[in-house]
Ligand binder design. Structure first.
Ligand code: KIV
Length: 265
């Protein structure tokens, strides 16, 4: 299988072929997700919540994203690796933002994801793409804006609101993004936005008409149990698997059943 690049992604959009995106935060999980044929692996800042136990995505910075990006990139051969730029790592000024984003490429990412659509973000996207850093945009519900949006709220519910997201998306497209995540947008609005863009859209709770679907892998594996978004699908029960393996090990150690003769030197 050849490496997925920005060109592969655009070709899939043009051919009306869906592509898949899953998050990963460590080497072995990234390796299996890659072997399963998933097209893009995202080191999402969701890792703050699902891997590090924080309440929001605000609590992590560039240093953590560097470590997790290196681990994931080592496990991946085929998929495109995208790193989510953490809260406040790209807002202070363009120079620092470019250096922080470039650092993720140095750690093995093939692209970065940034949230928002302001004039500053548009300028940053232009400068990053000119510098050889592909950018994935993120519109609709943007978790780093949780405090200004006033909670986990569906975005783009009215015709005016979906026109507004389309305008934002067109600004990002013009600036050079290779794809745009639409998070928590009603399916019909996401369809309208997708049909009016040349770059692919990636649904995160934005329905079936986007060019791609993204989910947090811990939701897909049934590992993170604090909260399951309405739009996520649980394909396994890793929580029970981990619990039962750990319990059996604990019981075996305490009963003397582990190690056996085959497990000693
Ligand atoms: O942080 C994340 O995992 C994300 C995706 C779910 C889009 O931003």
């Amino acid at each position: 299988m050849s490496k997925v690049t920005v060109k592969t992604i655009q070709k899939m959009k043009d051919a009306d072929e869906k592509f898949s995106v899953l998050t990963a935060y460590d080497y072995s999980t990234a390796k299996y997700i890659d072997e399963a044929g998933v097209d893009i692996i995202l080191i999402g800042d969701s890792l703050a919540m699902v891997a590090l136990g924080y309440n929001t995505t605000h609590s992590i910075g560039v240093e953590e994203m560097r470590i997790f990006t290196k681990a994931v990139a080592k496990g991946v051969e085929h998929a495109m690796v995208v790193t989510d730029m953490p809260f406040m790592s790209y807002h202070a000024n363009i120079s620092d933002a470019i250096l922080n984003c470039g650092e993720m490429i140095r750690c093995g990412a093939n692209a970065v994801k940034i949230e928002g659509y302001s004039d500053y973000i548009v300028e940053l996207i232009k400068r990053l793409t000119e510098s050889g850093v592909p950018v994935m945009g993120h519109l609709g519900f943007t978790p780093q804006f949780l405090n200004t949006l006033g909670g986990y709220k569906i975005q783009g519910k009215t015709k005016d609101a979906s026109d507004e997201i389309l305008n934002q998306a067109k600004r990002l497209e013009k600036a050079g993004v290779f794809s745009i995540v639409l998070e928590m947008v009603p399916q019909d609005s996401a369809k309208y936005i997708t049909e009016n863009l040349s770059v692919p859209t990636i649904s995160c709770g934005a329905g079936r008409y986007c060019s791609a679907q993204v989910l947090v892998s811990d939701d897909v594996f049934g590992k993170y149990s604090e909260f399951k978004p309405k739009f996520a699908r649980k394909y396994g029960d890793m929580k029970s698997l981990i619990f039962s393996c750990a319990k059996k090990f604990n019981d075996d150690v305490k009963s003397g059943n582990f190690p056996s003769d085959d497990e000693v030197f």
